[in-house]
Design a protein around this ligand. Structure first.
Ligand code: 4GY
Length: 245
């Protein structure tokens, strides 16, 4: 998987890839990140990329050029890659959209700054807009990194066997189960006995019950969307009856 990121702050995005899962994935050639800085494609000696908004108002707007030249340079290297603009008015990023993106060989992520990008560039060059939530950030770089991290976890080989994404929250449409590690006691709080039992089947059953129960409590909408099997309904009934076993 290759990510082409168009950004005024390449160093911000490369910072993501120096660490952890993403860093290892790049080292192993499973993920490739290429950044494109519109300032490098500006025609004027001040490397202008923005200007005042028509109609007045605060802030600046990113100009069509040099952004369009930058997008075309990135597209030239990856003609089939979708150009995705990170913006609060985009489609909400969710599990299914992350899984769809993980099917692409390459994506071009366009990061806005200032008050945004001239609408004519969005109309002419953007294939889809994605939002990570209903709030406004200072730029599209953090959302782009969210997209890359979520997608990268689904690329075969990025997560070792021990970290498999199939255990991730939302992997099967549920919230995650609780996690515990040593020590066994913290003050008067003990790790649930089933997790110390060595009974892998009982542990798996307990984890699914907890994931179902927590999803019902915190995100019933997800459960409505996903539906539950008869066996899962029985686990939910146990959870609600307070059986912690
Ligand atoms: N929320 C978000 N989800 O995806 N992107 C978001 C964002 O807040 N992006 C900031 C950008 C938006 C365009 C103008 C410049 C700042």
């Amino acid at each position: 998987m290759r990510f082409d990121v168009i950004t005024l702050f390449p160093e911000m995005v490369h910072g993501l890839l120096g660490h952890g899962v993403m860093g290892r994935a790049v080292d192993r050639g499973l993920i490739e990140l290429v950044t494109w800085n519109p300032r490098d494609y500006s025609e004027d000696r001040h490397a202008t990329v923005d200007d005042r908004p028509y109609g007045g108002g605060p802030g600046m707007v990113m100009k069509v050029e040099p952004l369009r030249t930058t997008i075309r340079a990135a597209r030239a290297a990856a003609p089939a890659a979708p150009v995705i603009y990170l913006s609060p008015d985009g489609e909400r990023l969710d599990g299914p959209r992350v899984r769809r993106l993980a099917q692409d060989q390459r994506v071009i992520l366009l990061c806005g700054r200032y008050e945004g990008i001239d609408e004519r560039l969005i109309d002419a060059e953007v294939d889809q807009s994605l939002s990570i939530g209903d709030y406004v950030l200072s730029g599209g770089e953090l959302p782009a990194m969210v997209v890359m991290d979520a997608v990268a976890r689904l690329i075969p080989g990025v997560l070792g066997h021990a970290e498999s994404a199939s255990q991730d929250a939302f992997a099967d449409g549920l919230l995650d189960c609780p996690h515990y590690t040593r020590p066994e006691w913290i003050d008067d709080r003990r790790v649930p006995a089933v997790l110390l039992s060595g009974d892998h089947q009982a542990v798996a059953r307990w984890r699914l019950k907890q994931a179902l129960g927590r999803t019902l409590e915190k995100r019933p909408d997800l459960l409505d969307q996903r539906g539950v099997s008869d066996d899962e309904q029985a686990l939910l009934d146990e959870y609600r009856a307070g059986h912690q076993g």
